[in-house]
Design a protein around this ligand. Sequence first.
Ligand code: NAD
Ligand code: MG
Length: 398
Amino acid sequence: MQHPTRTLTVLGATGSIGRSTLDVAARHPGRYRIFALAAHRQADALAELCLRHAPRYAVLGDEAAVPALRARLAAAGATTEVLAGEQALAAVSAHPEVDTVMAAIVGAAGLQPALAAARAGKRVLLANKEALVMAGEVFLRACRDGGASVLPIDSEHNAVFQCLPAGYRAGGAPPGVRRILLTASGGPFRRASAAEMRSATPQQACAHPNWSMGRKISVDSATMMNKGLELIEASYLFGVPESRLEVLVHPQSIVHSLVEYEDGSMLAQLGHPDMRTPIAHALAHPERIDSGVAPLGLAAIGRLDFEAPDSGRFPCLGLAYDALRAAGAAPCVLNAANEEAVAAFLGGGIGFTDIARVVDAVLGALGARAAGADVEHVLEIDREARALARARLARCAA
Ligand code: NAD
Ligand code: MG
């Protein structure tokens, strides 16, 4: 069968999702052409990827890393052109030759380039859940106005998408759905005591039992804020209120999520905990391609367990439900405070259980604000929430 060649920009190319995307694309050389690779400031890692995938552009978020990348590429005789800064990230996301953008920058930094892709009507493969949490309405409006389609990469949302009727487009409310159940592994502290969690180190928090991921999302999985952000993400993507969203702890991470219909049917998507499956699904949609993931041996796995989450030891989950119910600016405030608190924890400045405490305080102070009507307003709320979070963090550290 003949396939059109898809031309791809990968934002967050040096990260866990970015590398998995390039791994899948490289298995289908005639099918995917890499137009641009973007990263923050990891010149060596980006140079290596450029030499392997020969993109037309390499983009760095941080201008200071440009000379090192140019020198590495020139020494190897590569023709990739190096750009830097927020405008360049947006330009390679909206470029007319690009049809598909993998949005896999971590955190709020990913919002503007993802918006640029949405406004330009691209197929947006959305891994950057923080962009949707902080600016869900603004982002979905940009997709509608620009004619963009969103394909969820987050494994739970990709699973839900796969369980919805063929032809469903993310952003709309799917017919006949009673509930959406997001599964959660429970993270590294599923069985930990409250005292163990109080003294948890960044290394322990990042040691996820099933998934290999970047450090920020790994800490989010340990606090279960990741599942909280995913509830908000699901509410925007699938047009369902908080009352029809549920979290189910499933320690094996084989069932990636479920959709319950009005007639009592429940559909689930199963697979190994390997992000190359949802990435391959979204890259080829509506076709199917090899992802490099081995077949699932259910007899060897033997059993699949499910349990309710423990909201006492994982207060971040309740905070995310609160933010979802409050709507307005609350999800943006939650996300900003969480990003600051996680960075402080990873930097050794605060304890693990301080993360929820700081998010709670910032959400209490600013969570009742109205939603940002446009991206500038969203960024203003984000800045204000970060400033307050930093003040609280300084108090925790003192
Ligand atoms: P990571 O930390 O491994 O990689 C992050 C990437 O973003 C890197 O390439 C980094 O250079 C880039 N980046 C960071 N700040 C930037 C900036 N200011 N400008 C330009 N580039 C910048 O993270 P990850 O685990 O790959 O996660 C990426 C996103 O995907 C996150 O939003 C995460 O929540 C989501 N996600 C990840 C997984 C996973 O399995 N890793 C699963 C679901 C969702
Ligand atoms: Mg997920």
